[in-house]
Design a protein around this ligand. Structure first.
Ligand SMILES: NC(=O)c1ccc[n+]([C@@H]2O[C@H](COP(=O)([O-])OP(=O)(O)OC[C@H]3O[C@@H](n4cnc5c(N)ncnc54)[C@H](OP(=O)(O)O)[C@@H]3O)[C@@H](O)[C@H]2O)c1
Length: 237
């Protein structure tokens, strides 16, 4: 059981890409990290890799589209820790492949909203009791995207973009609802990052993609809440 002095972090979709790098950077800063992953083998592999590097990492099976899986993940978490200081809602899907809103398949939109919007809402709701037990002020970071910014939205990936705009709204809603509880809730555009989702031609390495998320999880003033960030600067919605 982690004591109240051990900082803890849960990263959804922590088995690869930006999520894995967030987990590594937080573990490097002394956090006991919980790798949320839907695939048991991939999640275990990542947590074992971090443990071999001398970090404290635990795998938790967590499919953000399955409410039962989220509840079970809470149960597993409660056997290992009594509080949660940082929750990173990182898991997401991008199913649009050159789709146009005029012919958008709304079943694909529903799947995308389930993973990218309802998932983070349910994860926050179910892990809230543990976030409330943080003695240092808990932080929730929702990994959004520039594609979700309304101010310069294009026709790119409509289902994904709509989901990230909605995730930004989710961020504002929770920030308002949790302000009196001293829980900071922010969202981040990590930029175009070389991962399975971003592809090999993306301009940024995962280290850079994780940077602002890790900053909000650690050094950023706790008074910063309800904002949209990119490269440690507040950006337009
Ligand atoms: N890469 C970019 O250029 C870029 C740009 C802007 C924003 N982002 C955002 O950054 C975050 C991380 O993306 P990434 O680039 O690291 O993508 P990635 O390499 O494709 O990783 C996505 C992660 O989400 C997990 N995931 C998907 N659906 C899930 C579910 N139902 N339950 C649990 N986990 C699930 C995946 O698990 P599996 O391994 O099982 O599939 C994987 O761990 C996402 O929120 C994404 O929208 C990325």
């Amino acid at each position: 059981m982690k004591t109240e002095h051990q900082r803890t972090a849960l990263i959804t979709g922590g088995n690869k890409g930006i999520g894995k790098e967030i987990a590594r950077q937080l573990a490097e800063r002394g956090f006991a990290v919980f790798i949320g992953a839907r695939d048991i083998a991939k999640g275990r592999e990542t947590s074992e890799e971090l443990c071999r590097q001398g970090y404290e990492a635990t795998f938790i099976q967590l499919d953000v589209t399955d409410p039962v899986s989220i509840k079970n993940a809470c149960g597993t978490f409660s056997q290992k820790a009594d509080h949660l200081d940082v929750l990173v809602n990182n898991a997401a899907v991008l199913e649009d492949h050159g789709e146009n809103i005029i012919k958008l398949n709304t079943e694909m939109l529903d799947r995308t909203l389930k993973a990218n919007v309802s998932g983070p809402i349910l994860v926050i709701q179910d892990f809230l009791p543990y976030l409330l037990k943080s003695t240092i002020g808990a932080r929730i970071i929702n990994v959004s995207s520039g594609a979700g910014a309304l101010n310069d939205m294009t026709t790119y990936a409509p289902a994904y973009s709509i989901s990230k705009t909605a995730l930004n709204a989710v961020t504002r809603q929770f920030a308002g609802a949790l302000k009196s509880e001293t829980i900071a809730v922010n969202c981040v555009d990590p930029g175009w990052v070389r991962t399975d989702m971003g592809g090999p031609n993306a301009s940024r390495p995962v280290e850079k993609g994780a940077e602002t998320i890790v900053w909000l999880a650690t050094e950023a003033p706790l008074s910063e809440t309800g904002k949209f960030w990119h490269d440690k600067r507040e950006v337009e919605w």
